[in-house]
Design a protein around this ligand. Structure first.
Ligand SMILES: Cc1cc2nc3c(=O)[nH]c(=O)nc-3n(C[C@H](O)[C@H](O)[C@H](O)COP(=O)(O)OP(=O)(O)OC[C@H]3O[C@@H](n4cnc5c(N)ncnc54)[C@H](O)[C@@H]3O)c2cc1C
Length: 522
């Protein structure tokens, strides 16, 4: 074993890919290790103009605020330059029985009392209860009125309600690129990787570009999208398909102009179930992004396009000028994400489907984790790779369970797509066991192994009880003290909802003010 001083530290990183994954990863690393020059840290990002970024992915998770803050951009610049709006959760329509009345929220703000006690059992036993999200959280009331989560005087990245963003994916990468290159010293190359050269050990030694440049580095980050250039094509790490659990494998996407400059902007992603999948509807400041993700096993491309047009037609959004784009989705993830001196982030690592916007949050978590593990990579990367792979394999498995939950709880019988989604053989054992466990006990922190879960017990409560799942806690588990606390907290949530709905500006109104005046810097 060489002496410590001789061990090569990881100082040179090459990121392959200039989509959302590439720029977030480059930004997080470059901001965490800002020293450049001889003894410093160097990040190079290479992207190919011939293979543009996928250009979809407009819904995020509240973690994005901490990520943008870490990278060092201002919220005002981000909102202005990415046509971004505030997202406060998801609104699910027609998922339970397909009727007109069938709708519920999964808000980002935690249920009342969540930091102290599990109060869900007391909502369940209240015979006069409103929906779970309405009783246990003030945020559905805000979302229902398309209000913002903050005032113009609320400092950047903070809110009166928890929030994330909807953003223009085509503008987000270039926005981060300008900041990463101008402010963080990231070297940006436009060229195409045509060959990967290895050392005797099997590590990558350098990448060869079309223009003949050789790019050497200590660590290579594969953000090359679905082409999965390094982790897939070079290392041949197997892809674990999830298509037998999550049936979505195609999408039609379209951009819808607003009819007027003052059209309200929705505060949540609207996900409306269809016969063979669901339609996403996302409001930005300049347009809406709408798309139908569906399963080709149950629906032809033409049939799906027609269903999407029906959705648009019912809202008065159909016009001759719309241009529809078809996207293939290969649902699954790699068996491992970090192999030798290469780690995959973004679509190259995997993708499931856009339900609950789990892809960008996984990119953020990956970038943060790489930054945390890098200092330990001097003596070799085996331990860092093992830790990363264990954590992210767990995360992908949990996301599969959480997404599948939405389909398993549906009672729709109008198509084979919905019926087959409830077939026992398509449900992972881990999810089935949880569902049995949650018959007697409302989801809680201890039900999950990790401190940083992508979807916490709160998210499970919102989906389970939003979709009408019943838990039957034994009477001896309940007590009058917590019953009183639950009543008090639910009344508090109702009072807070009334106060906020009377005082918060509309999403559109606040975003227009941000354009004019900007938010208060922290
Ligand atoms: C229909 C759909 C809807 C989605 N909605 C959401 C959502 O709401 N929320 C969410 O979180 N996520 C969503 N996603 C996922 C999201 O779009 C991606 O996770 C995100 O855009 C990151 O993509 P990427 O950077 O990994 O890949 P890409 O954007 O595909 O970028 C790949 C990059 O690699 C480069 N590259 C490839 N090959 C080479 C080469 N040989 N040499 C040099 N460069 C190369 C390309 O030039 C490009 O810059 C959605 C995905 C789909 C398909």
């Amino acid at each position: 074993m060489p002496a410590r001083a001789e061990l090569p530290p990881v100082r040179k990183v090459v990121v392959v890919g200039g989509g959302t994954a590439g720029w977030i990863t480059a930004g997080v690393l470059a901001s965490r290790f800002p020293q450049r020059g001889e003894d410093g840290f160097a990040v190079t990002l290479i992207e190919s103009r011939g293979q543009p970024p996928i250009g979809v992915g407009e819904g995020t998770w509240p973690t994005i605020r901490a990520t943008l803050k870490q990278i060092g951009v201002t919220e005002t610049d981000f909102l202005r330059e990415c046509d971004a709006s505030f997202k406060q959760g998801s609104h699910f329509a027609r998922w339970v029985d397909g009727s007109d009345m069938d709708a519920y929220y999964h808000p980002f703000t935690l249920p009342v009392g969540y930091e102290e006690r599990n109060l869900a059992p007391y909502w369940l036993e209240d015979p006069r209860r409103q929906s779970f999200a309405e009783s246990m959280c003030f945020q559905s009331a805000i979302c229902g009125r398309a209000l913002a989560p903050k005032q113009i005087t609320t400092p950047e990245f903070t809110g009166l309600a928890n929030y994330a963003y909807h953003l223009d994916a085509g503008k987000f990468g270039p926005f981060l690129q300008r900041h990463c290159v101008d402010k963080l010293g990231v070297r940006h190359m436009v060229d195409e990787i045509v060959r990967v050269e290895s050392k005797d050990t099997g590590d990558i030694s350098h990448l060869v570009t079309k223009s003949g440049e050789a790019l050497a580095a200590d660590l290579f980050i594969d953000c090359s999208g679905f082409s999965s250039l390094l982790i897939g094509r070079h290392f041949g790490v197997p892809f674990l398909s999830q298509k037998d659990v999550l049936f979505i494998d195609k999408a039609w996407a379209v951009q819808i102009p607003y009819p007027a400059d003052d059209t309200p902007i929705a505060s949540a992603t609207v996900a409306t179930a269809q016969s063979s999948g669901w339609v996403w509807d996302i409001g930005l400041t300049t347009r809406r992004g709408v798309g139908y993700v569906f399963s080709s096993r149950y629906m032809s491309d033409e049939g799906a396009l027609e269903e999407l047009k029906n959705y648009l037609g019912a809202r008065g959004d159909l016009s001759q000028d719309l241009s529809y784009r078809k996207i293939d989705i290969n649902s699954g993830y790699r068996r491992e994400f970090w192999t030798r001196n290469c780690v995959a982030v973004g679509l190259s690592a995997g993708f499931l489907e856009p339900l609950e916007a789990s892809a960008i949050v996984m990119i953020e978590l990956s970038a943060k984790s790489i930054a945390n593990l890098l200092p330990g990579c001097g003596g070799g990367m085996r331990q860092a790779a093992r830790l990363f792979n264990d954590t992210f394999r767990y995360r992908w498995e949990r996301i599969v369970d959480f997404l599948k939950l939405h389909y398993v709880l549906s009672r729709r019988t109008d198509s084979r797509f919905w019926v087959d989604n409830r077939a026992r053989e398509s449900i992972p054992d881990s999810l089935q066991e949880c569902l049995e466990y949650w018959r007697d006990h409302c989801p809680w922190h201890e039900d999950f192994a990790h401190r940083e879960e992508v979807f916490s017990a709160a998210s499970y409560q919102y989906i389970l009880y939003g979709m009408g799942f019943q838990t039957y806690p034994a009477p001896w588990l309940l007590n009058d003290r917590d019953r009183g606390l639950a009543r008090e907290k639910m009344s508090e949530a109702a009072r807070y909802a009334a106060a906020l709905t009377g005082s918060l500006p509309g999403n559109r109104e606040l975003l227009s003010k941000v354009r004019r005046y900007g938010l208060q810097k922290i």
